[in-house]
Write a protein that binds this ligand. Structure first.
Ligand code: ADP
Length: 547
């Protein structure tokens, strides 16, 4: 839908007059070309995942006009990114870099500061600069998506040779997902851990390379194979931050393991969660369970059918447990509370060895069922997990957004050890607060290696402001209450960044102060993505921007 603008356009960032803002944009047009600078004065179009807007968050939890861009610019090279950054410093205009802007559930393409100029890197900087079949590495620009790389491997006849690790939704940028520390589901699922070397434009316009790319001649031969280079490892400060704009990144790719096989187990009762975690932990840490394992609650499994809640329930409030189980009983996966999706890699004799151990362990939970994949129809969610865990991008995951009319989603994602009491405590906490706010609870536990993220997606009607208020209230309460119990988020939505950063306050907020010191040193005018991850430059601090 086209949403007419409800406030004055163009949106001018605070601290500059409308005339100066328009004059500054004219100046930038002269540098980048007329077509590469767009004032955002048209109706806001939400589109959908594959045709998403770059001006705002199509799944906004606030009013759409809150976190909205004043203009969007399209650099074609690192040199043009440098020009934009210098321009921003000259005019003191906040800029917000995105790679592709498909960061759904975490803010999409939206800038934190209203009226910021969005730097859409992906539109024109979308080249795969290198793929090395010998080293299993690649070098990409911000506009390369997981789908894009997958297709290129196909074109070069390399898909059987090596795999791309893909997150739940494959349409996003590899760089965008990696710098936000997103995850995927093959053994290469920790994207940040799998990257190697960055090229970064600093907020004042210098260009640096980290790792082996910093060698005098550019380091192309070892860029992707050794991430550390020499000296302090600086890459970390360019993830979940606003200290630089990443224009190139090396990424490692997974060798085809020579076979793979998805499996699915279900467990009947909510209370099975604790004992199950005690079984999963040693298997996962010793990599008998080889990929990010997902343990999903039946409400999300039913929602993943893509049918709206109204198909199952016409009452008010949260959907009753009996109704969900009755609906689940009609599906091939059955009526159990928990479903475990995993994959085993390697030739069949190796798989058989590991699968036997997993089977014996899982069956210790009374009532455990192993689902035979060949009983599952082609469009069953299981096959989406199967594709993702074997390096094939997919977008089936989005289906549960249909649970609400005009469905949108926002996530609560705390980290905990893989222990029964922790899983149970977080599950109870989420369930209680969801009930308080009248929201259906859809938890999924994603087991990384030594830790797990609990991912709770709240689905809401983006046209219903009362429902959005409840969703945000529910999230804010979960963040605070989880923090009191010692659980912190691994990543968060734009709107919650100040709150989440505030939960990492050990020693009188020492880490936050350190980040502010870095911010002021690297970005003295505070022009780059102000407020991202709760970090504000001194021009913004203490002036009421935090929320
Ligand atoms: P995706 O295209 O994978 O959905 P986004 O482009 O939305 O990812 O990126 C997620 C967030 O990460 C952005 O909102 C932005 O703050 C940050 N980001 C993305 N790309 C870059 C980049 N190249 N340099 C610096 N920050 C980036």
């Amino acid at each position: 839908p086209l949403n007419p603008r409800t406030r004055e356009v163009p949106v001018v960032p605070q601290g500059i007059s409308r005339d100066d803002f328009l004059k500054a944009l004219e100046e930038l047009k002269a540098e980048l070309g007329e077509g590469n600078v767009e004032v955002n004065d048209k109706p806001l179009k939400d589109g959908w995942y594959m045709e998403h807007p770059n001006t705002h968050d199509m799944m906004t939890i606030l009013d759409e006009e809150e976190c909205v861009a004043g203009a969007v610019v399209y650099p074609g090279s690192t040199e043009e990114v440098v020009k934009i950054v210098k321009w921003a410093n000259k005019w003191l205009i906040p800029v917000f870099p995105i790679s592709m802007g498909r960061n759904l559930g975490y803010g999409g393409a939206a800038p934190r500061v209203r009226g910021s100029v969005t730097i859409d890197l992906g539109r024109r900087m979308n080249k795969i600069l290198d793929i090395s079949p010998q080293d299993y590495t690649c070098l990409v620009e911000p506009g390369v998506s997981f789908y894009g790389l997958y297709e290129e491997l196909g074109r070069r006849g390399l898909r059987d040779h090596m795999w791309v690790d893909t997150p739940d939704l494959g349409g996003g940028s590899i760089i965008g997902n990696t710098v936000d520390r997103g995850v995927g589901y093959t053994p290469y699922g920790d994207h940040w851990a799998c990257h190697s070397g960055l090229e970064v434009v600093l907020p004042t316009g210098e260009v640096i390379r980290t790792g082996m790319g910093a060698l005098t001649q550019g380091g192309e031969n070892t860029w992707g194979v050794f991430p550390y280079g020499f000296g302090p490892f600086s890459d970390g400060i360019f993830s979940q931050s606003n200290f630089g704009i990443v224009t190139k990144m090396g990424m490692t790719l997974m060798p085809n393991p020579g076979g793979h096989e998805s499996f699915m187990y279900t467990f009947p009762n909510e209370e099975d969660l604790g004992p199950l975690m005690e079984i999963i932990r040693p298997l996962r840490i010793s990599t008998i369970l080889e990929n990010v394992a997902q343990l999903r609650h039946v409400t999300q499994t039913v929602a993943a059918s893509g049918l709206p809640k109204s198909k199952f329930y016409s009452g008010t409030g949260t959907i009753p447990s009996e109704t969900i189980h009755r609906a689940a009983a009609q599906t091939p996966a059955g009526d159990h509370t928990w479903a475990y999706y995993g994959m085993c890699y390697g030739p069949s004799h190796i798989r058989a060895y590991k699968l036997a151990i997993i089977d014996a362990e899982f069956r210790k939970i009374p009532g455990c069922r192993k689902i035979d994949p060949f009983t599952l129809p082609e469009d069953e969610y299981f096959w989406s997990r199967d594709r993702i865990a074997s390096g094939t991008p997919d977008i089936h995951e989005l289906r549960w957004v249909n649970w609400a009319p005009n469905g949108a989603h926002i996530a609560f994602s705390p980290v905990s050890p893989i222990r029964g009491p922790d899983a149970t405590k977080l599950f109870q906490l989420g369930k209680r607060i969801h009930e308080q706010y009248g929201i259906d609870f859809m938890p999924a536990f994603c087991v990384g290696l030594r830790e797990m993220h609990l991912i709770v997606e709240i689905v809401f009607d983006r046209d219903d402001s009362e429902e959005k208020k409840r969703a945000l209230g529910c999230l804010r309460d979960m963040v605070d209450e989880a923090a009191k119990e010692g659980y912190g988020e691994y990543r968060t939505h734009l709107v919650l960044m100040d709150q989440v950063a505030g939960t990492y306050a050990w020693n009188d907020g020492a880490l936050g102060k350190f980040n502010e010191k870095l911010k002021d040193a690297l970005d003295p005018n505070g022009i780059l993505a102000p407020g991202r991850c709760g970090i504000w430059g001194k021009r913004y601090r203490g002036r009421g921007w935090e929320m």
